[in-house]
Ligand binder design. Sequence first.
Ligand code: ADP
Length: 511
Amino acid sequence: MASQFRLGLKGKMSLLLALLLVFIVTCLSVLVLRGIRDNQRTMLEQSFSRQAEAANLRVREEYLSESKIPPDRFMEQTGQRLAVDLGAQSGMAVTLYTADGAFAGTSLPFQSKADVQDALQYTAQGHSAYITQGDQLLFLAPLYNADQRLGTVQFHATLVEQNAFYARICQLFILAGATVLGVGFLIGYVYVRRQVNVIDRLNKAAVQIGQGEYLLTLPIVRKDELGELAQGIYEMSGSISASVGALHEEKQKLIETVGRLRELEQQQKQFIGNISHELKTPLTSIIAYADLLTMYSDDPALLDDAGRRIHAEAQRLYSLVEKALQLSAMDVYEFETRAESVSLRPLLEEAAARLQGKADSCGVTIHTSLVEGEVWADPENVMHIMLNLLDNAIKYNRPGGQVRLLNYVAASAEGAQRMRIEVADTGIGIPKEAVSRIFDPFYTVSRDRSRASGGTGLGLALVRNLTEKQGGTVQLVETGPSGSRLRVELLLHAGDSNKTIYTADDEGADS
Ligand code: ADP
């Protein structure tokens, strides 16, 4: 199976650095070494030119001092001697040739076997020539007397020293090159490693963000482009986190809304089922009494009884329909609730007054203990709430019992100032098992008892709905065999929220 080899940034940069260093060191070495070689050559050429000039001078002097003989003869006769002289003078082995290229003499103990014919032809044209053979260098230069060619002088030089020097320099360069390469690569590698580590950290930060772990601090602090990139990633993380948070919040709200809608739908279904059932009961009674009326139209006692019962059932039907309409209208026409500043004391007095007749007929006394105060609510709704609570307090009371209505400002559970209205009675109380359900629509503790008192099971449901619509709360504070106490909390009108807390004991007298 082919291995998935992947050359990382660190590897690539290191390789690039190594190649770059090798290239630079090689270029530098080649250039410097070539310079050295050229320099050696120029110095050698200059030295040979000087030697050649000196040799030419010496041969010309000798030639001019001789009685006029042709140059070839001159060279043949004096070549050997002159070669030895010139060898001693220059410190190099010297060989002389005639202008035709024939051997004329040498300072060497033997005759050189080097093939110099091409070079001799070249010097015949007036040029100097070089021939290298291993460590040996032959330099050939023409000899002149004015325009007349006398022959050719050949110097034998050894390159051993130059070559040894060049080899030493080469070694030095290889050593220096290797050192530069090694140290340079090491420094470069450490630097590249540090940069790549920084990139690795940024990469990890990006992966972290991808997994939903947003950055709390900058991944790296630097004053260069990588630092700017880190800052960018950090800010991006912040805005993603904020957007995701907002999205999550929206989603949560949506889930809650859907849940609430389902709940509402369920409640509506239950409500329709209940109301149909509740409407059927009084209607069945009315039909039954109507039948009796037609069957026994001559019985005055029955007529009277049936008439009263039909009236009572029709009354119950009426109040049932009215409350059901109010309840359903609240869900549908929510915007119709109009909050305003409501002066509470007169409103509560009015509510108590409206139920005074009912209280009298039930033998119940209403006491009020009221303080001034403005609430922010719909006055119609507050009136409905109070009428229902007072109605219950009278209905579920005992003959000779009492109802107490009071209001005061106090801090709510959240610590904000609220207006509290309490309705307490000395009635029959609510059984423990029913306490959690009394605010449910159509819930009645005892169907017979409610029916007897004209109850529908919708009163407290209406109260709760209305209070919550005002931004308030309603709760059963206490209940027992000696009575119950229900409390409504409403928003204070802004102007009143800073008022001192009043309690029922501070102000107001029983009426
Ligand atoms: P209803 O029209 O039957 O009075 P409500 O919703 O007003 O319906 O009340 C629900 C139930 O709570 C009633 O059936 C009643 O038994 C009980 N209840 C309400 N208020 C009181 C109270 N002040 N004292 C005793 N029981 C009460």
